[in-house]
Design a protein around this ligand. Structure first.
Ligand code: EPU
Length: 408
């Protein structure tokens, strides 16, 4: 069973700032980032409880403190997602400026420009971004690039804006669609869900109601299990894997020789994965959805490390996101990077060694590389993996991987 998506659930949780009362979110993954987001929302004034595994009940008592402090913001990028809801709901917000990630700077200029077009005024003081707008107004917001976070912040802010907001070149990721569906269930008026143009008609503040919602399954976790089968061989059946959320990735994996067969059982979608041959090299480039997500790239480079042939991988979102390559080289991979390109010459096998997880996705790639390596691979920095993966070790061990967690 593929767990719910980190990059959706964190945004659903932040959207609970918009409606007084108790919303219920299910298919919540057991990951560290959900706990950190919970702490942040509690600091703002929400109450969160988990009546059973995988369910979060979020109560908004209406009395909020629109401040996101440094200690919490620096731990989780998705904390930026409280900006839109708090500004539109409370009329002002103080948010510690988010830092970069290990894979590079992550600016928020598009979030700010979009909200300014809607009438917000910003200033920066003492490391905090302060925004004000008695009531935002509708605007035409055109993004140079379909940023996931900026789309989500403008969308949530537009829900209570006066008039119509049109977001052009909006991000279309399944997680953005999931947020739109949650907002619509709360009573928001959004057209164009799943397309590059979102039209939001603002409703009166206070008119949204709490909602119940099931988090979309995590396509990056699903991709991780595909990569594991691809390098280790064998077969796996994944329930709640949505093939149509991963079309381009599945096409590239098929080019590499992985067999992938979507199925439906009792109305739930799934994916059968098998691989009985050495992978073939194929060129890959990352792009915004529906292109191949940057979050898949460490997994793809790991697969190519043991494929037959030479491939070029091009990163179009985060130019610096290649740090884990040094770790793969320690395992015997032959990879050269130049700017945002990597040339991967596949080797018959990797050889186990101690390596480090630098971020969530790089950490998962180290686990997959360990499955492809002869001997033992020891991965440190597993706290990064815990941020986004719901029991990766247990799930892989359950399907035959020789993997154990040792405390670090
Ligand atoms: N960008 C700007 N200015 C902005 C916003 C973005 O220049 O105002 C640039 C970024 O620097 C980056 C690119 O645009 O080069 C993409 O950024 P985007 O805003 O789309 O990404 P994000 O919302 O910050 C989310 C995911 C990331 C995922 C990206 C791309 C969350 C919490 N994070 O980040 O996931 O890589 O979309 O799909 O949803 C992860 O889960 O490990 C992760 C990093």
């Amino acid at each position: 069973m593929v767990p719910g998506a980190k990059n959706s659930v964190l945004k659903l949780m932040a959207a609970c700032l918009l409606a007084d009362g108790t919303s219920e979110i299910s298919n919540v993954p057991r990951i560290a980032d959900v706990s950190i987001m919970s702490e942040l929302l509690e600091a703002i004034g929400l109450r969160l409880e988990s009546p059973e595994t995988g369910v979060l009940r979020v109560t908004n008592p209406g009395d909020l403190t629109p401040v996101a402090p440094y200690e919490l913001v620096e731990r989780i990028r998705a904390s930026i997602n409280v900006l839109g809801p708090l500004l539109t709901r409370c009329g002002h917000v103080r948010l510690s400026l988010p830092g970069g990630d290990d894979f590079g700077a992550r600016p928020i200029d598009m979030h700010i420009a979009g909200l300014e077009a809607m009438g917000a005024e910003f200033k920066v003081s003492h490391g905090y971004l302060e925004a004000r707008a008695d009531r935002l107004h509708g605007a035409e917001v055109v993004f140079d690039f379909p940023s996931v976070g900026a789309t989500e912040n403008i969308l949530t802010a537009a829900v209570f804006a006066d008039g119509v907001t049109r977001i052009d070149n909006a991000a279309r990721e399944p997680e953005v669609v999931d947020l739109c569906r949650f907002l619509v269930a709360m009573g928001a008026d959004i057209e164009g869900v799943g397309t590059a143009t979102l039209t939001v008609r603002g409703v009166e503040r206070g008119s949204l109601r709490p909602a119940t919602h099931r988090t979309v399954p995590d396509r990056v976790q699903a991709a991780t299990y595909i990569a594991a089968v691809a390098v280790a061989g064998g077969e796996l059946e994944m329930v709640d894997a949505h093939a149509n959320h991963m079309d381009m990735l599945l096409a590239r994996c098929r080019d590499m020789g992985v067999d992938l067969e979507p199925f439906t059982t009792d109305g739930v979608e799934g994916l059968r994965v098998s691989c009985s041959q050495r992978l073939r090299a194929t060129d890959v480039q990352t792009l915004p959805y529906p292109g191949i997500a940057t979050d898949y790239k460490p997994l793809i480079i790991t697969m190519l490390s043991v494929a037959d042939g030479v491939a070029i991988v091009t990163e179009n979102l985060y130019p610096g996101r290649f740090r884990y390559v040094e770790e793969l080289i320690r395992l015997g991979a032959d990879i050269r990077t130049d700017g945002h390109h990597a040339v991967v010459r596949g080797q018959p096998r990797l050889s186990g060694a101690p390596v480090r997880a630098h971020d969530i996705r790089a950490g998962a790639a180290m686990v997959v590389a360990g499955l492809a390596a002869e001997g033992t691979t020891t991965i440190s920095g597993v706290r990064h993996i815990d941020r986004g993966y719901d029991d990766l070790v247990g799930r892989l061990a359950a399907v035959g991987a020789d993997i154990t967690r040792v405390e670090d």
